[in-house]
Design a protein around this ligand. Structure first.
Ligand code: FES
Length: 152
């Protein structure tokens, strides 16, 4: 069901792990499947100089996170914000339709990390990014409650 490119990134993910003292962190989960992505960025001269991720989820989420970090590394903040989940899926040679939300999770995690970076520096946050953040916060609260109920 997955392309070779998906399996390659799933077996040997690029940029896996954390960054010490990141400039921005994006945390996002999916309430339906419970998968979670943590994405860390370091910004130098307005470019993403380093980017790493920790994904607790399915093969599509891990491979999407891996390819997304390859795509975002070296890009300016503005360029990185233009990366869409469709582009992520294309770079993976496609994803099954019911797995497209996994690529969206990765793209949203990057948006969240950039929003966090901008907020810490008092930069003006694009309206769309602010709205997305509110949605992400609602999902993370719901996920927290779900895990509490399950005793996790
Ligand atoms: Fe949850 Fe893939 S099934 S992110």
């Amino acid at each position: 069901m997955y392309t070779e490119e998906v399996m390659k990134h799933f077996r040997h993910p690029h940029n896996f792990g954390r960054i010490k003292s990141p400039d921005g962190i994006g945390r996002i989960g999916n309430i339906a499947c419970g998968d979670i992505i943590h994405l860390y960025i370091k910004v130098k001269d307005k470019r993403i100089s380093d980017i790493r991720f920790e994904t607790y989820g399915c093969a599509a989420a891990i491979s999407s996170s891996s390819v997304l970090t390859d795509m975002a590394k070296g890009k300016t903040i503005q360029e990185a914000l233009k990366i869409t989940n469709k582009q992520v899926a294309e770079r993976l040679g496609g994803l099954p339709i019911h797995k497209m939300h996994c690529s969206l999770l990765a793209a949203d995690a990057l948006g969240e990390a950039i929003r966090d970076y901008m907020s810490k520096r008092n930069l003006s946050i694009p309206k769309e990014l602010g709205k997305r953040h509110e949605r992400v916060e609602r999902v993370m609260r719901a996920l927290g409650e779900k895990y509490k109920e399950q005793g996790k």
